[in-house]
Design a protein around this ligand. Sequence first.
Ligand code: GDP
Length: 444
Amino acid sequence: MAFEGLSDRLQETIKKIRGKGKVSEADVKQMTREVRLALLEADVNFKVVKDFINRVKERAIGQEVLKSLTPGQQVIKIVQDELAGLMGGEQSKIQFSPKPPTVIMLVGLQGAGKTTTTGKLANYIRKANNKNPLLVAADVYRPAAIKQLQTLGGQLSMPVFTMGDKESPVTIAKEAIKKAKEDHHDIVFIDTAGRLHVDDTLMEELEEIKAVTDPNEIFLVVDAMTGQDAVNVAESFNERLNITGAILTKLDGDTRGGAALSVKAVTGTPIKFVGMGEKLDALEPFHPERMASRILGMGDVLSLIEKAQANVDAEKAKEMEKKLRTMSFTFDDFLEQIGQVRNMGPLEDLLAMMPGAGKLKGLKDAKIDDKKIGQIEAIIRSMTPLEKSDPDIISASRKKRIALGSGTTIQDVNRLLKQFKDMKKMMKQFMGNTKGKKRKNPFN
Ligand code: GDP
């Protein structure tokens, strides 16, 4: 998980100041010293750290805190605000062209994740903005790049424009726009060539593509794992191409997070999306203020709710609630619930968005393992319809059959039956307690 070290250290630091009824200048100095070290260790650019600390210090020692009734909280809010500001403040939206097609050019070094991100981004925008994308394979140098984009296009059922590797990328880009107009694609994603290092020939070619396609956005794809290098790469690309945004990939990996915290401050270019995994749906819009609150262990409830809204069927959720109320919840329903939660992505990622996630360290080590969930699914699928709706009839011989059918043990089956029973008991108590009272919607 990205930011883990930074997040741990900052949470330790702010814990000390949180409850304070009075915050002295010495307290602020001590805190900023610790924050400074934590940021430097996370590989944040030293100049960025210096400015950041000065801003926090100035505000924390100033009137803002002195006059506040909860000075400790106020100082934390300042750190949170400044952290969000560092990453760009508000989330920046995509610029669509008023006259279609919108052209989005993706640039970056080889291996940064450009081709994968082209597919992910097109997939995201098709869904979120109801668009009809055309992917363009303009990386004619890396031998497998065209094939890779075609494979991605196949997986996404999205057309890919190629002219092989004999034409120049500039010609390919020009022809692709023509084709997009003919076929009524309202958005075009151009996957350009990368190099191992920034070089002049590459930049000239990208400038030419930019000149002939007049892109609405030029996104630089950078690998978050490369830390300060990512920031330097962003600077060089920005000088030549005036990029409009950065997409940080591999933020699911063990990165210290320095790149995420420095790209905007050093280059002035906002981070628009982050890659959170190799799968085609592992791309998220970047919200600086939510990321700041995640780093400080305050959770990211808004993203969690958005994920739920995008992936959980509202009708089904309503139906499920009714079943829970009337206690007619069966193993079939349980199975469906597991499916819906699974749609939202790995459970660990979801947990990381919960407030106080830092305190759940024990849970992280216990690993909510996808394999275990697969086992639960297998056990339920090995039950007969009657067993699923009335688990009380599951005798010893039935348990043996279910264990055999699901490739598990009788102990596994017993455990699940007990969990299900306990869950129903808990529901009953919960429903009993709230009977007659108006229940609050937790999302309101
Ligand atoms: P390109 O040379 O820039 O086009 O890079 P590719 O798209 O081929 O990606 C290089 C590698 O990085 C591939 O193995 C991708 O699966 C992987 N990758 C891309 N984005 C992410 C991400 O967000 N997380 C992880 N874990 N891997 C990624």
